[in-house]
Design a protein around this ligand. Sequence first.
Ligand SMILES: [Zn+2]
Length: 110
Amino acid sequence: MERKDKTRLSGKSQLIENDHAMSTLDFGTMEFMKWLMEVETGSKECLIIVKDFFENKYVILFDKNISSSVIVCYRESMPWCITCDTDDCGHVGFAICLKQHYDRNDQIIC
Ligand SMILES: [Zn+2]
């Protein structure tokens, strides 16, 4: 996966403050790995639950960390987190992985 080292001072929403677990793309990627494991092992470690996935439109996640639903929409196939109002939070990282996963597998795992 491509990694862009960009530092952005603005654009971060104040809705979710502090160093919560999903503040960077990397955390989303890590959570996605856990999520994949969960599908196989049935463990419940992942902080993210995938509630709905509409290909190339949006994905609805549930973030256990903040105990609320998170909507990430795809704008011209680039994910944007509506909840955090940014494109570089963990939810976006998760959504990128999720999309790649579905693109590869061409099937939905429920
Ligand atoms: Zn987010």
